[in-house]
Structure formats: structure tokens, C-alpha cells
Design a protein around this ligand. Structure first.
Ligand SMILES: *[C@@H]1O[C@H](CO)[C@@H](O)[C@H](O)[C@H]1NC(C)=O
Ligand SMILES: *[C@@H]1O[C@H](CO)[C@@H](O)[C@H](O)[C@H]1NC(C)=O
Ligand SMILES: *[C@@H]1O[C@H](CO)[C@@H](O)[C@H](O)[C@H]1NC(C)=O
Ligand SMILES: *[C@@H]1O[C@H](CO)[C@@H](O)[C@H](O)[C@H]1NC(C)=O
Ligand SMILES: *[C@@H]1O[C@H](CO)[C@@H](O)[C@H](O)[C@H]1NC(C)=O
Ligand SMILES: *[C@@H]1O[C@H](CO)[C@@H](O)[C@H](O)[C@H]1NC(C)=O
Ligand SMILES: *[C@@H]1O[C@H](CO)[C@@H](O)[C@H](O)[C@H]1NC(C)=O
Ligand SMILES: *[C@@H]1O[C@H](CO)[C@@H](O)[C@H](O)[C@H]1NC(C)=O
Length: 397
């Protein structure tokens, strides 16, 4: 009988050694670096903010309907910031560093940095913006990153200020433009190929029912430090917050989901060449799929929709994947690139390593059982158990 707990915890540890599968979450931040899609923080339940950090490895094919095939890699042991509703952009001298801005709960560090090469977090202290959430950062040339406005849990401080962070010198400068658009949160910022930043959607921090129009979009010019706007004739998507945006190489902006007074699951496409919105009719729509507080990432021809909150307010642990060329939901991520054999063999190397250490664990386990069994009379098994059961967890470090 006493062995059952031991065996169970051993098996659970073995399973965790082999596979990390993230649970449902919303208001996380995500960013693609070098074929790795990183996820940081977010909300796991009404009372639970997380500092989990992990990535999805695109150097391998996988099937989103088969949990075990999804190449997740957990980096939570790096002890990142406990935040939700923050935003992540790439910066630094090698484009290898994630910068996380804002989020809630507020703390002394508005900027957190994760160097993906060193796998190390740094808290950044600078003179710049403080305390704001539901912002969207936009990286432009030479390591510069812009953030605009946001939600502040104390309305007297809500502002329509635009700040530029230099990720090489870790310093801020405030925009001098005088005609900035009104304050907003829950919007999406996208850097266009001409170095303008386009601001889509969101709503007013002092009155959440005042949504930003979708047919008149603010444009910030990063070269001249001035604001203008993109006027769009014809149909426009319903107003929304907490949606996702990607920019395709052929200059289409695709937005998905979000919420206004209702949770949305629609797809809209803004053609930057004609400056027109059109609704994206998905050929194989998923019944009742509506999400907000998710993130979207473009990888080859796929738009990945990660996590978020469903219409029924349960949190999604799923990845949805849309082929953006034919607007079809697909299950399988297959590489279109030919330079991936090296990474694949690295992955098999890892798998072999995991298998070998698994086999060694099993041998040690059997040896331990035999040892305990042989010494049962003079060995206090009850005292021995806690030490043994906590040990496999240390291998995460
Ligand atoms: C995949 O993993 C998630 C998170 O643990 C779980 O909620 C979901 O039910 C799993 N899906 C399948 C098909 O096993
Ligand atoms: C990240 O770490 C690498 C390797 O140590 C280093 O070369 C690089 O400069 C670091 N990046 C930043 C932004 O500190
Ligand atoms: C970082 O990436 C951008 C393109 O996103 C590129 O223009 C820039 O030269 C890169 N910087 C470095 C230091 O590699
Ligand atoms: C960053 O600050 C937080 C909160 O004060 C602290 O818990 C954490 O250890 C710090 N991280 C680093 C890498 O210094
Ligand atoms: C605004 O003006 C100040 C003072 O001239 C300057 O240092 C700063 O870089 C300017 N901000 C931007 C975003 O250009
Ligand atoms: C917020 O905006 C909505 C929509 O315009 C309006 O009906 C409502 O009265 C506003 N609420 C407040 C407190 O101003
Ligand atoms: C919210 O979305 C719904 C569904 O598309 C739409 O009917 C409604 O007009 C939108 N509300 C606002 C304020 O735009
Ligand atoms: C909520 O909706 C999602 C997506 O339609 C579905 O997968 C899930 O089972 C639903 N959860 C509950 C508790 O009804």
C-alpha cells in the first residue's frame, strides 16, 4: 500500500520530464523569435496570475489536436515576472531579447527583459512610463520600440502619451507630437513596412463602452514624430478590444476575435494597398469559436491563435491554426522550409537524452525498491518517502 503514492509520484515526475502541456490562460503575452514562439505570464483563473514562460518550437512538425506532439518547452524555472495584460517585443543588440512592458499587478519594474540566448531575466529600472496595462508595443528600426497610452487602474493618470524605448541603451524618450489621438487600451499596434505604426481598435480608459472607430485608424510616423490617420471607406469591422492582429508579407492585416459587449469570433482583413476592410470568410468555420485575451502569430502561411477566453468564459488551452492563403482552419503544422533538418536532429538528440535519463531513472527506481524491500525491517520507509518524492522535481533546475 505504502508504495502506491511513491509509484504514482514517480510516474507523474516521469511524465513531466517528457512533456509540458500548458493549461488554459488569457492576457498572456507572446512573441516569435527565431522559430520559437514564447509565451509569458497571463491569467490562469479568476485568482491566479502566472509567471510561466515557455515556447513552442517550430523546427518540428506537429498536430494541434494531439497534445503530445506539440513541441512545448517549459522555461518557468527562469523565474520571470508575475504579470498579465503586458506586451512583448523583440529588442537588444542581437534581436535575441524579449522586452515585456507594463501589465498587472503593478510593480517597480515597468520593463522586464528576457535574454533568450542566456535564458536570463533582468528587471529594468528606467525613467519612463509607469503603471499601465492592455498596451501593445511596436518595434521599429534599430532596436526602438513604441508604446502608446493604455489602461491605468486609477483614472486620473490615463494619458494619450507615446513613449519610445531604446532597447540598446535601455532609455526612454517621450513623443513631442501635439496631435496624438485619444487615450485607449486593448488596441493592437502594427509597424507597417514604411515605418508608420498603425493603431487598430481599443476603447476609452475612462469609459469602456466608448470604442475606437475601425474606419479611422491613427498612424504614428516614427521618422517625423507626427500623427496622421488612415481613413477607410466601405465596410468596417465591429469595434472591439482584446483582439489579435497579424501583418502578412503581402501587406494584409488580419484581425481575429476580441470583444465589445459580446465576445467575437470574426475574421477581418485590411488590405493596405487599397485601404479597404473585407470580412474573411473561413471555408471551414469552427462552430461557436469566439475568443478574447488570446494572441496571434504568423508563422509561414499559418496564423496561430493561442489561448484566450471563450464565449462561455472558460479559458482556452488550445492553439487554433489558420492557413491564411486559403482561409482554412488546419490541424497540422508542416514545415515549408528546407533548412530544418539540423533543428530536427537537435530535437531527436533531446529525445534520446530524455529517454536515456528516463531509463536511468527506472533503473534507480527498481534498485531503490529492491534496496528498501531487502532492508524493510530496519529502514523507516515513512521517513524516507518525502525525500525521494521531492528529488525528481529538482531536475527542472
Ligand atoms: C490537451 O491539454 C490540455 C491542457 O492540459 C487539456 O485541457 C486538454 O484536454 C488536452 N487535450 C486532449 C485532446 O487531450
Ligand atoms: C544576450 O546574451 C548574449 C549571449 O550572452 C549576448 O551576446 C547578448 O549581447 C545579450 N543581449 C542583450 C540584449 O543583453
Ligand atoms: C534586428 O532585426 C531587424 C529586422 O527585424 C533588422 O533590421 C536589424 O538589422 C536586426 N538587428 C540586428 C542587430 O541584427
Ligand atoms: C525582479 O523583481 C521581482 C519583484 O521585485 C523579484 O521577485 C525578482 O526576483 C527580480 N528578478 C530579477 C532577475 O532580479
Ligand atoms: C522630443 O524632444 C526632446 C527634446 O528635444 C528630444 O530629446 C526627444 O528625443 C524628442 N522625442 C522624440 C520621440 O523624438
Ligand atoms: C460611456 O459611453 C457610452 C457610449 O457612448 C454612454 O452611453 C455612457 O453614458 C457613457 N458613460 C459615462 C459614465 O459617461
Ligand atoms: C459589437 O459586436 C457586435 C457583433 O458583431 C456588433 O453587432 C455591435 O455593433 C458591436 N458593438 C459596437 C459598440 O460596435
Ligand atoms: C466552452 O466553449 C469551448 C469552445 O466552444 C468548448 O470547447 C468548451 O468545452 C466550453 N466549456 C464549457 C465549460 O462549456
Amino acid at each position: 500500500m505504502q508504495y502506491i503514492g511513491f509509484i504514482l509520484s514517480f510516474l507523474i515526475n516521469i511524465i513531466f520530464t517528457f512533456a509540458f502541456i500548458p493549461t488554459g490562460r488569457e492576457f498572456h503575452s507572446s512573441i516569435l523569435i527565431d522559430k520559437k514562439l514564447y509565451f509569458s505570464g497571463g491569467v490562469l483563473s479568476a485568482i491566479d496570475v502566472t509567471n510561466e514562460l515557455f515556447y513552442l518550437d517550430f523546427s518540428k512538425s506537429f498536430k494541434i489536436t494531439n497534445n503530445a506532439s506539440i513541441p512545448w518547452v517549459d522555461l518557468t524555472y527562469t523565474n520571470g515576472p508575475l504579470k498579465h495584460s503586458a506586451t512583448a517585443c523583440i529588442g537588444g543588440n542581437n534581436n535575441d531579447t524579449i522586452f515585456i512592458f507594463g501589465g498587472f499587478p503593478y510593480d517597480d519594474y515597468f520593463v522586464n527583459q528576457f535574454n533568450t540566448s542566456k535564458q536570463q531575466w533582468t528587471n529594468i529600472t528606467t525613467n519612463g512610463p509607469t503603471y499601465r496595462e492592455d498596451i501593445s508595443c511596436a518595434k521599429f528600426n534599430n532596436g526602438l520600440i513604441a508604446i502608446f497610452s493604455g489602461y491605468i487602474n486609477n483614472l486620473t493618470f490615463a494619458k494619450n502619451d507615446l513613449w519610445i524605448f531604446n532597447s540598446l541603451t535601455l532609455s526612454w524618450s517621450l513623443s513631442n507630437a501635439t496631435n496624438a489621438p485619444s487615450s485607449r487600451f486593448g488596441y493592437n499596434a502594427i509597424t507597417l513596412p514604411d515605418d508608420n505604426i498603425l493603431y487598430i481598435g481599443g476603447s476609452n480608459p475612462t469609459n469602456k463602452s466608448l470604442y475606437m472607430p475601425m474606419n479611422n485608424l491613427p498612424l504614428y510616423n516614427t521618422k517625423s514624430d507626427t500623427w496622421s490617420s488612415m481613413n477607410i471607406s466601405g465596410p468596417a469591422p465591429p469595434a472591439r478590444v482584446y483582439f489579435s492582429t497579424v501583418l502578412t508579407p503581402d501587406r494584409r492585416i488580419i484581425i481575429f476575435g476580441g470583444r465589445n459587449e459580446t465576445v467575437l469570433g470574426d475574421l477581418w482583413i485590411l488590405d493596405l494597398v487599397t485601404s479597404q476592410w473585407s470580412i474573411g470568410n473561413i471555408l471551414n468555420p469552427i462552430a461557436d469559436l469566439a475568443l478574447y485575451g488570446h494572441t496571434a502569430t504568423l508563422m509561414d502561411n499559418y496564423m496561430l491563435i493561442s489561448f484566450g477566453s471563450f464565449l462561455n468564459s472558460s479559458l482556452s488551452s488550445r492553439i487554433f491554426m489558420l492557413n491564411i492563403n486559403v482561409l482554412t482552419w488546419v490541424d497540422e503544422f508542416t514545415l515549408t522550409d528546407t533548412t530544418t533538418n539540423v533543428s530536427n536532429s537537435q530535437f531527436s538528440g533531446l529525445m534520446i537524452g530524455a529517454l536515456v535519463s528516463g531509463v536511468i531513472s527506472v533503473i534507480i527506481f527498481i534498485g531503490t525498491i529492491i534496496f528498501i524491500y531487502k532492508n524493510y525491517e530496519r529502514f523507516n520507509l515513512y521517513n524516507y518517502l518525502p525525500m525521494t518524492t521531492t528529488k525528481p522535481d529538482d531536475s527542472d533546475l
